[in-house]
Design a protein around this ligand. Structure first.
Ligand SMILES: *[C@@H]1O[C@H](CO)[C@@H](O)[C@H](O)[C@H]1NC(C)=O
Ligand SMILES: *[C@@H]1O[C@H](CO)[C@@H](O)[C@H](O)[C@H]1NC(C)=O
Ligand SMILES: *[C@@H]1O[C@H](CO)[C@@H](O)[C@H](O)[C@H]1NC(C)=O
Ligand SMILES: *[C@@H]1O[C@H](CO)[C@@H](O)[C@H](O)[C@H]1NC(C)=O
Ligand SMILES: *[C@@H]1O[C@H](CO)[C@@H](O)[C@H](O)[C@H]1NC(C)=O
Ligand SMILES: *[C@@H]1O[C@H](CO)[C@@H](O)[C@H](O)[C@H]1NC(C)=O
Ligand SMILES: *[C@@H]1O[C@H](CO)[C@@H](O)[C@H](O)[C@H]1NC(C)=O
Ligand SMILES: *[C@@H]1O[C@H](CO)[C@@H](O)[C@H](O)[C@H]1NC(C)=O
Ligand SMILES: *[C@@H]1O[C@H](CO)[C@@H](O)[C@H](O)[C@H]1NC(C)=O
Ligand SMILES: *[C@@H]1O[C@H](CO)[C@@H](O)[C@H](O)[C@H]1NC(C)=O
Ligand SMILES: *[C@@H]1O[C@H](CO)[C@@H](O)[C@H](O)[C@H]1NC(C)=O
Ligand SMILES: *[C@@H]1O[C@H](CO)[C@@H](O)[C@H](O)[C@H]1NC(C)=O
Length: 799
């Protein structure tokens, strides 16, 4: 099969001869090998880390700078994105050699051992992400000298020992996420020097000592979350009431003593939790910020009366004062400024106090829950209508939720994992979603329901998507409280995301490029699951590389019919190879299809890619005048991804390709039809008779497939260049169309229309002819793209 052969030869000629200069820095290669060596990778995700060069051959989840460094001429590792790969083992000290790395992501694996101090040598490091492992040991003080560190996420490990004082040097660090470890000792007062810190999440550790009043000097602090530590003997520093930037103060179960904090001077405070301590004295009566949603003073030893300042807070969702010694009367108008439309509700928990009377009769709106059991007021017989509030109430938790999509829309077609886009402007349209497991680490509210629409707006716009493209499929509260969600992201008005968009969205999440929101707080990425885009598309369809190859081949040779047959063959073969890799050789000579000389090829290809190719003198076995080529261009340019993004974007090239498609569709002789053919097909299409011009040989394919193929050809042939799809879109659509072709597993490939005189057996003996070059052992061109891209060079076996 000439065209595909050309491509294959081109591509692998390139891969086999990389230019010596364009390689990854050798010490970084060694470091990656060492990192791989000290990890255990039961699922083999890192198998590609044995092959070729990390940056040139595209090792899995190793992201390199896209250009070589000016100072040393090497490629360098920019990111390790090893999120959720089931890795165990330890982190190799050689990590420190990746000194230009910006993102080190080992989140949600089962890695043990400690964080190597050599990480302190990665001076360009911006995101240090190792949360959700089983790391132990203490925090190396070397990390404190990383000048570019923006975010340190070590949460959900079992890291012990103190927070090093050296962390006070992290001038650029905004996020300390260290919750759920075994950190001990005092919070170093030196941390008050951190000029950029916004989120300090140290909850669920074993921190002790006094709470440093100095933290009030942090100029940008938004969240202090220290729940479940043990600061016994310490009180809440009054200076915390002076942190005017603060949005959330959470000090639950910290063994704190002394008076309740006066936070009335914090203008935007939205969330205050000082429950489960031993606070004494009265609750300060200053007016709290109107932003406040959650006030929790429960389980302390507070006395005095309930301040009138709790009444009239317009955003309040929960006021928990239970299990104290509060006396006086039950406030009767806490809800007076709350607008209960839009699913709002309010919980007032005053249980187990010493409240003795009502100031006024209680006549709350339906969405207010008042809990009074365990107060003397419940015993007094003369209080009307109070009994309903005096039943001992179970703990009230905010609800979760999920979208029931079952009845809203008719099911989508099942040939792709399509799902209904429930909020699409075109209702019930279908798309293949990306799935994201996502968790709000420190939300600024108690009940999510009233904020759901706002969240949708926040996250979709943060991702530069239309709001309808994001669906919060389920949400549920977890300990913390944290809010876990599953999200679906849908493509905009199309069935599929293109690969660039998938990558962009992944990067928005894994690079923490979505701006934080005051009300929703920091997020955790638990999983980014491309679903079909990663697994399905490579298993079930041709790889990008193969398709690009085919498109190029089709384009270069315009040997139209044979291309389609090749595609179908490849597809069938690919399905078979996944089962058995001992494929037979396939005869590729196709009856009635013209062979092309190099001149014909270059004439008909608009100088497309062949301009970079040089015809060689005939190589062994090829007939005179036929094409054998090697790559003359710069290394890298035949990289399939590069083609997709750079080379194949010229929409005027797309026109010629569209003509080829239409020729294929109609079964006309290749080349030379140009606009007449296009006009003919357009006319047939407009009169709804598209099938009337379709070649009978296409009849084996499903009608929808043929129609989409026709539509694609026509779009490519639009007069206005801008109306034509990009080459990347063409490739995607081709891929989608091949997906729709019937699964022909088990059908002998010989049944495809091709030269009936060549059986596999007889063709395999052919040698020395041009025919021989048209054939190669398909079993080596596995379709799982990763092989094409990872530097394993399938051998071409001309016969
Ligand atoms: C390389 O990456 C930088 C950003 O890191 C980007 O601005 C630039 O366009 C990229 N260059 C190429 C050739 O992709
Ligand atoms: C960090 O690099 C310096 C040299 O750049 C070297 O002297 C030092 O030993 C390295 N430290 C670690 C912990 O690898
Ligand atoms: C975490 O480490 C501490 C000691 O550092 C140990 O007491 C504790 O059992 C460990 N917890 C887990 C869950 O492994
Ligand atoms: C951090 O900033 C302070 C004040 O700007 C400066 O004195 C200090 O040297 C900086 N520290 C580092 C490690 O850059
Ligand atoms: C953090 O630790 C607390 C207390 O052990 C536990 O209840 C909570 O589930 C943990 N949270 C996470 C996210 O691991
Ligand atoms: C917590 O810290 C205290 C000292 O403050 C220590 O005695 C205790 O063993 C630590 N507990 C754990 C589980 O690390
Ligand atoms: C809070 O700030 C004011 C003015 O900035 C200052 O007078 C007061 O002493 C501070 N209070 C505390 C407890 O630090
Ligand atoms: C609020 O009250 C209305 C009317 O009783 C009810 O339909 C709605 O479910 C309530 N909402 C919440 C969140 O409790
Ligand atoms: C509804 O959602 C489920 C789970 O996310 C999915 O499997 C199903 O295909 C969806 N149904 C429709 C009609 O989109
Ligand atoms: C979605 O597609 C429409 C056209 O179909 C376009 O106008 C709009 O800008 C796109 N929106 C986004 C966020 O890409
Ligand atoms: C706080 O309230 C102001 C208006 O008073 C509003 O602009 C801001 O968004 C609110 N912040 C939060 C976190 O709700
Ligand atoms: C690298 O390979 C992966 C799959 O192995 C693929 O998803 C990705 O697009 C490739 N990247 C480049 C730049 O070739």
């Amino acid at each position: 099969m000439l065209p595909f052969y050309i491509f294959t030869l081109l591509y692998f000629a390139h891969v086999q001869q990389p230019t010596a200069a364009q390689i990854t820095a050798p010490w970084e290669v060694n470091a990656l090998r060492a990192i791989r060596g000290s990890l255990s990778d039961p699922n083999g995700f890192l198998n590609s880390w044995n092959r070729g060069d990390p940056c040139v051959a595209n090792w899995t989840r190793v992201i390199c700078y896209n250009v070589t460094a000016k100072d040393d001429g090497y490629f360098h590792v920019q990111e390790l994105q090893l999120l959720r790969l089931g890795l165990s083992g330890t982190l190799a000290p050689e990590l420190g050699q990746l000194s230009r790395m910006k993102i080190m992501d080992f989140m949600w694996n089962k890695i043990t051992g400690s964080i190597p101090k050599e990480v302190g040598n990665i001076t360009s490091l911006e995101l240090l992400l190792v949360n959700g492992n089983q790391l132990t040991g203490s925090l190396p003080e070397e990390i404190g000298f990383l000048p570019n560190l923006n975010r340190i996420q070590i949460d959900q490990n079992n890291i012990s020992g103190p927070i090093p004082k050296s962390f006070a040097n992290l001038n650029k660090t905004k996020h300390f996420h260290m919750n759920n470890n075994s950190l001990s000792g005092q919070i170093p007062p030196e941390l008050s020097r951190l000029p950029s810190l916004v989120h300090m999440l140290l909850d669920n550790n074993n921190l002790s000592g006094y709470l440093p009043p100095e933290l009030a000097q942090l100029p940008k602090l938004l969240i202090i979350q220290l729940d479940n530590n043990n600061f016994s003997g310490s009180s809440i520093p009054p200076s915390y009431g002076n942190i005017t930037t603060l949005l959330k103060l959470s000090l639950r179960n910290c063994s704190l003593e002394g008076p309740a904090p006066d936070v009335s001077g914090i203008p935007q405070l939205g969330y205050l939790d000082v429950s489960w301590n031993q606070l004494t004295g009265p609750i300060p009566s200053g007016q709290l910020a109107s932003n406040i949603t959650t006030i929790d003073f429960s389980h302390n030893r507070l006395n005095g009366s309930i301040p009138a300042s709790f009444s009239g807070l317009p955003n309040l969702q929960r006021l928990s004062l239970d299990n104290n010694n509060l006396d006086g009367s039950v406030p009767s108008d806490v809800w007076r400024n709350i607008d209960f439309s839009g699913n709002r509700s309010l919980i007032l928990d005053f249980q187990n106090n010493a409240l003795t009377n009502l100031s006024n009769p209680l006549t709350p709106p339906a969405n207010v829950t008042i809990m009074l059991s365990g107060n003397p007021v419940c015993q007094s017989q003369n209080q009307l209508n109070i009994a309903q509030y005096c039943q001992s109430a179970p703990e009230v938790n905010p609800g979760g939720g999920s979208i029931d999509n079952s009845t809203l829309c008719a099911p989508c077609a099942t040939d792709l994992p399509l799902e209904s886009v429930l909020k699409a402007p075109n209702p019930c349209s279908c798309g293949v979603p990306l799935y994201v497991d996502y968790r709000l680490k420190s939300p600024g509210f108690w009940d999510f329901v009233p904020y759901e629409a706002q969240f949708q707006e926040y996250l979709s716009s943060g991702l530069f998507l239309n709001s309808y493209q994001l669906e919060v499929t389920t949400f549920m509260w977890e300990e913390g409280p944290r809010l876990k969600m599953t999200l679906k992201l849908f493509p905009n008005n199309t069935i599929l995301f293109n690969s660039g968009e998938v990558q962009r969205l992944r990067y928005m999440f894994t690079g923490w490029l979505i701006a934080d929101s005051d009300i929703f707080g920091p997020y955790e990425l638990i999983n980014f699951d491309p679903g079909w885009y990663e697994k399905g598309s490579t298993k079930k369809s041709l790889s990008t590389g193969a398709i690009v190859g085919i498109v190029i081949a089709a384009f270069a040779a315009a040997a139209v019919l044979s291309s389609l047959i090749t595609l179908i063959l490849l597809r069938r073969r690919s399905r078979q190879f996944s089962k058995k890799r001992t494929a037979k050789r396939i005869p590729m000579k196709i009856d009635g299809v013209k062979d092309f000389t190099f001149e014909e090829l270059s004439n008909c290809t608009n100088d497309f890619s062949l301009s970079r190719l040089a015809p060689l003198p005939d190589t062994e076995g090829s007939a005179p005048g036929h094409v054998s080529t090697v790559v003359k261009g710069t290394p890298g340019y035949l990289d399939p991804e590069y083609f997709l993004t750079h080379k194949l974007t010229d929409k005027s090239d797309v026109y010629s390709l569209g003509v080829v498609f239409l020729e294929l569709l109609t079964g006309m002789q290749p080349i030379s039809h140009g606009k007449n053919l296009v006009r003919e097909v357009v006319a047939a299409n407009q009169s709804g008779m598209i099938l009337s011009v379709v070649d009978l040989r296409m009849g084996a394919l499903p009608g929808e497939c043929v129609e989409r193929f026709a539509a694609l050809g026509l779009r490519c042939c639009r007069d206005e260049t801008d109306a034509r799809p990009s080459m990347a879109e063409v490739v995607r659509e081709l891929e989608a169309i091949w997906q729709m072709t019937p699964d022909t597993d088990g059908v002998p490939s010989e049944s495809v229309a091709m030269d009936p005189t060549h059986t596999p057996a007889s063709s395999s003996t052919a040698t020395g002819s041009r025919m021989g070059h048209d054939q190669y052992d398909m079993s080596t061109s596995d379709v799982s793209g990763s092989n094409l891209l990872s530097g394993v060079v399938p051998s071409i076996n001309p016969r």
